[in-house]
Design a protein around this ligand. Structure first.
Ligand code: RIB
Ligand code: CA
Length: 316
């Protein structure tokens, strides 16, 4: 039986690949997607999500628009996207085959969907955790209906938005702290894993050679990411390749063995000036707290790329 999943996305280029993997994998049943402010504005992340589903021939996947700003912080720089890596609107045509925004706020749809569910829908947030935190705060009863939360976010060894923090956590640290401490099973796919599963220019050529809508789009997005990373945050010793963070999180739902994890205590810094948004990982259990997160410390790059090629070679 396919695994039911909901993606919460701030659709930019890697969210787009994650959405296509979730929509085309025979191992997943994509119940819907919710958009959030992050890589770009909520208008753009919502429009981009619709364009992706329309482009791959899955216009029926319900999309609900979510929060347009973080829970507690609206510092200007936090709303300023990483334009070079994501742009604003994806290089896909506007939806023309039926993909349409569903009425109602994403937070309310998440609450209604989980309360009505059989407790079998994995929640996979791959952007700032604003929608998820707000849904938990508004209706805590949904927690018992969420079997697992698979988060793309966090970092132990090095940040990307700051020396200490990864973007999804940094943009809304208050939301991240709520979710990380919600008590449900959490798998976190941080930069420590995503930076060990890079997709290269040659891989982009293989994606394009698939001859499918998803393969073409993924090639465009990967090449844009490589351009952006090479220009702004080059991968050590790996020019011509870039992480596709969010897609690794989705692939880890299909095959958990694609990442190596440790079950440890993790919390989120919300007060410190230099390290706000840092996922504080207690690998040696020095804090006296129980483990709450399955934290990925490595990933299998060849298998990740092979999964992308296999899944994105499919058509709806
Ligand atoms: O730090 C990487 C994460 O931030 C990814 O989810 C990317 O899409 C951005 O949201
Ligand atoms: Ca994202």
């Amino acid at each position: 039986m396919p695994t039911k999943v909901i993606l919460d996305v701030d659709t930019g280029t890697d969210d787009a690949v994650a959405l296509m993997v979730a929509a085309l994998s025979p191992d997943l049943d994509l119940v819907g997607a919710t958009s959030v402010n992050g890589n770009t504005t909520i208008d753009n992340t919502t429009e981009n999500t619709l364009r992706v589903f329309d482009w791959i021939g899955r216009p029926e996947v319900p999309v609900h628009r979510g929060c347009d700003r973080p829970l507690a912080r609206t510092q200007a720089e936090q709303l300023n996207p990483a334009r070079r890596i994501h742009g604003t609107l994806l290089d896909l045509p506007p939806a023309s085959r039926g993909a349409a925004l569903q009425p109602g706020h994403a937070v309310d749809w998440l609450i209604d969907t989980y309360l009505a569910s059989d407790g079998d829908i994995v929640l996979c947030p791959v952007g700032p955790l604003t929608n998820v935190a707000m849904a938990i705060q508004k209706e805590p009863r949904i927690l018992e209906a969420i079997p697992q939360i698979v988060i793309m976010g966090g970092a132990h060894d090095h940040g990307n938005s700051t020396p200490s923090a990864e973007f999804n956590i940094w943009l809304d640290p208050e939301a991240a702290r709520i979710v990380v401490n919600c008590g449900r099973p959490i798998r976190m796919i941080p930069l420590d894993a995503t930076h060990r599963a890079l997709v290269s220019v040659d891989d982009a050529a293989r994606l394009r050679a698939l001859g499918t809508p998803a393969g073409e789009a993924a090639a465009r997005f990967v090449l844009k990411r490589i351009d952006g990373y090479d220009a702004t945050q080059p991968m050590p010793h790996r020019a011509g390749a870039a992480p596709v963070h969010d897609a690794l999180a989705v692939c880890s739902i299909i095959d958990p063995s694609i990442v190596t994890t440790e079950f440890i205590p993790v919390d989120v810094e919300v007060n410190a000036e230099l390290s706000v948004g840092r996922t504080v990982c207690d690998f040696r259990f020095r804090g006296g707290k129980p483990a709450n997160v399955e934290f990925a410390i490595d990933a299998d790059e060849p298998r990740f790329v092979a999964m992308l090629l296999e899944i994105l070679g499919r058509t709806a």
